[in-house]
Design a protein around this ligand. Structure first.
Ligand SMILES: [Zn+2]
Length: 293
C-alpha cells in the first residue's frame, strides 16, 4: 500500500488556516474514475488504502494544495511505472516540428535577460528536464547547458542526445548557473519552498529563474462554479499537489530569496511577449521570471 504524507500547513507560506475545496478517498467516486482512466488501469486500487484526495486553499497566500501526497516510493512508482515511459517519450518524438521549434524559441530568450553577455558565457540549467528536449533546443543557441532529472530512463535518453547531466542539489555540486528553467515542475513538489530556496542558491548574482506551472485560477473558477471534477488540470490528483496563482508564486519566490522581474525587464527581454505575459499575470497567471539580486 502507498504511504501518504500529510502536509499539515501550507507548503508555501506555512499558514494553517485554509478552506477545504474538495475531499474524497482516492479509491472512490470521481477521483478514482479519473485515476483509473488517466493511468489506463496501471494504478492498483488497493494501493490507495483509505487515503483521501483533499484539496485546500490557504487563507494567507491562496495556494490551493493537496493535503495528502505520496511518499517517495509511491512517487517513483507513479512517475516511473504508472506513466508509461514509452508513451511519454512518443508524445515528444511524434510531435510535429512546431514542438521542437517552440523549445528553441523559448530557450532563445535566455540570452536576452543578459544583454551584456555572450551565449557561450551563460551556464543554463533545465531543472526537471524530462527527456531533455528543452536542453537540446537551448544548446543550439550556444549556451553551456545542463539538465537535472530524477528518472533514470529519461536521464539516459538525454545523455544519448548530448545533454550534460547535473545534480544541482547534491552536496558536492558547486556548479552555479545564470539561468534556471523550471517548466511544469514546481506544482509536483512536496516541499516547493525547500527546493526553490536551494535552487536560488545555485543562481549567480543577477541570475534568472523561469517558473512555469499550470494556471490554477482558471480551474479554481470551475470549482467555485460547482462544475469541477478531478481532472488533468492544475489540481491533478497525486501529481499537481500545488496549485499556484500569481500571489502564491510571488510569496514562494520571495521566501526563496528571489524577486519578480519588472515589466520593463520583461519587455526588454521578451518584447511584446513580455507585455502579454504581464497582462496575463495581472489576471492571476502564476507563470513568470524571477531574479537573484
Ligand atoms: Zn499559504
Amino acid at each position: 500500500m502507498y504511504t501518504f504524507i500529510e502536509r499539515s500547513c501550507c507548503p508555501v507560506c506555512g499558514g494553517v488556516e485554509h478552506k477545504e475545496l474538495y475531499a474524497e478517498p482516492f479509491a472512490t467516486g470521481a477521483t478514482w474514475e479519473f485515476l483509473k482512466d488517466y493511468y489506463e488501469n496501471r494504478l492498483d486500487i488497493t494501493q490507495m488504502g483509505e487515503a483521501r484526495y483533499v484539496l485546500l486553499r490557504c487563507a494567507a497566500c491562496k495556494l490551493i494544495y493537496q493535503r495528502f501526497v505520496l511518499a517517495e516510493e509511491g512517487l517513483s512508482d507513479l512517475y516511473e511505472r504508472a506513466i508509461d515511459p514509452q508513451a511519454s517519450l512518443a508524445k515528444r518524438t511524434d510531435a510535429d516540428e512546431s514542438y521542437a521549434r517552440g523549445l528553441w524559441v523559448d530557450s532563445g530568450y535566455v540570452m536576452r535577460f543578459f544583454s551584456e553577455r555572450r551565449p557561450e558565457q551563460l551556464d543554463v540549467l533545465d531543472f526537471g528536464m524530462g527527456w531533455g528536449h528543452w536542453c537540446v533546443g537551448a544548446k543550439r543557441h550556444g549556451y553551456n547547458v545542463f539538465g537535472a532529472e530524477l528518472s533514470e530512463v529519461r536521464k539516459d535518453y538525454a545523455l544519448q542526445n548530448g545533454v550534460k547531466l547535473c545534480a544541482p542539489l547534491e552536496k558536492d555540486n558547486d556548479q552555479l548557473f545564470d539561468f534556471i528553467n523550471t517548466d511544469q515542475v514546481v506544482e509536483h513538489l512536496t516541499d516547493p519552498l525547500k527546493i526553490l530556496s536551494s535552487l536560488a542558491q545555485k543562481l549567480r548574482k543577477g541570475g534568472v529563474i523561469k517558473i512555469f506551472v499550470p494556471n490554477s485560477p482558471v480551474d479554481y473558477r470551475a470549482i467555485k462554479a460547482g462544475r469541477w471534477r478531478p481532472a488533468k488540470d492544475a489540481f491533478h490528483p497525486l501529481e499537481h499537489v500545488n496549485g499556484f496563482n500569481r500571489f502564491s508564486i510571488d510569496v514562494l519566490a520571495r521566501r526563496a530569496g528571489l524577486r519578480a522581474l519588472t515589466l520593463a525587464e520583461m519587455v526588454k527581454a521578451k518584447g511584446i511577449r513580455g507585455l502579454m505575459a504581464w497582462t496575463r499575470r495581472a489576471m492571476g497567471d502564476p507563470n513568470w521570471y524571477f531574479r537573484r539580486d
